[in-house]
Write a protein that binds this ligand. Structure first.
Ligand code: NAP
Length: 301
């Protein structure tokens, strides 16, 4: 019989994930701080609960999908949190992107309270959540990962157990480093091409098909050229993740010059009021430094 699954946090990611769990046939309980966001799931068959405690008390496996490390601590160990509704056999799976150290600490505190945890952050964005095509990077014990697999399979396509508690979060941060540096590469290539007077759409196409190609060149560059800076993934959340990566790197004296540079370029965008734009708006910082804009020419009709 499928496990009873709970979801705490029904934002851009958590909402479609809960819906996919319902479609996969799980009995699903949900809650959200702004409870009105949970209501549409009731019609899909979810039980809407008032608190994470209530969700945990009627679930075998409870997913948290909130924002920061302190939000995960609050929904897990705060008043009416998951720990207050915990029972023997409860598995709490945090899928938010948070600090690897906090993930380890959550695992230790949960063990003291008699329940188990996994860290299982994701990549693939809102579209990956909607289409159940997320990549899931997992930290924790083998038996718990095996137990959670049917739930993960309802949410994602690439599901990898990376190691002990914290390893999922550390992998996600490595992913974020690669994302922003690819983004920086796209930004500089397009600004350079604009300054050279090249046809930007053709330039993008040529680069995308060769060694300079990347997910960012395929997906972000067309949005940049058309002037569409709506998120996908917001600058503010990207900054949260880079801060986590830089803090973790600092703790091990790991030098990440590109990540540090990109973080401070994003800070300039936040300062200019762009924190809620998509993370591909990084190019705006490079454009400002160079005095050149990289947008495809509008054909006059
Ligand atoms: P979001 O849309 O802002 O949703 C966050 C959810 O968490 C909201 O439902 C919010 O409740 C709830 N929440 C936040 N703090 C809380 C607290 N202290 N107590 C109770 N509830 C709280 O964010 P998202 O885009 O879904 O992202 C969720 C996590 O996934 C983040 O860690 C993010 O970095 C990661 N992620 C996001 C993406 C993406 O493309 N969006 C991709 C991969 C990973 P309210 O509704 O009341 O605000």
């Amino acid at each position: 019989m499928p496990e009873r699954v709970g979801v705490v946090g029904l934002g851009i990611m958590g909402f479609p994930m809960a819906r996919n769990l319902l479609r996969a046939g799980f009995a699903v309980s949900v809650t959200n701080r702004t409870i009105a966001r949970a209501e549409p799931l009731r019609a899909d068959g979810a039980t809407v609960c008032a608190t994470p405690k209530e969700v945990a008390s009627q679930s075998d496996l409870v997913i948290s999908m909130v924002t920061t490390s302190s939000d995960v601590e609050a929904v897990t160990f705060g008043d009416d949190g998951i720990a207050d509704g915990a029972h023997p056999g409860l598995l709490a799976v945090d899928m938010s992107t948070i600090s690897p150290d906090v993930a380890k600490d959550v695992a230790r505190r949960a063990a003291e309270r008699g329940f188990r945890t996994l860290d299982a952050p994701v990549s693939g964005g809102e579209i990956g959540a909607i289409e159940a095509r997320l990549t899931i990077m997992i930290g924790g014990d083998d038996g718990d990962v095996e137990r959670a697999m049917p739930v993960f399979r309802a949410l994602g396509k690439t599901i990898v157990h990376m190691g002990p508690h914290g390893a999922g979060q550390a992998t996600k941060l490595a992913n974020q480093i690669a994302v922003v540096l690819n983004n920086l590469g796209v930004s500089e290539a397009l600004v350079f091409a604009a300054a050279q007077g090249l046809d930007l759409a053709k330039t993008r196409e040529v680069i995308a098909s060769g060694a300079g190609g990347s997910w960012a060149m395929a997906n972000y560059a067309p949005k940049i050229l058309s002037g569409d800076f709506s998120p996908g993934f917001m600058v503010d959340l990207q900054q949260k993740d880079l801060r986590l990566a830089l803090d973790a790197a600092y703790a091990t004296k790991t030098s990440l010059p590109g990540t540090a540079l990109t973080h401070t370029l994003y800070t300039a965008l936040q300062q200019a009021g762009g924190g809620r734009e998509g993370n591909h708006s990084l190019i705006k910082a490079i454009e400002k430094l160079s005095g050149v804009e990289a947008r495809a020419k509008k054909t006059s009709g």
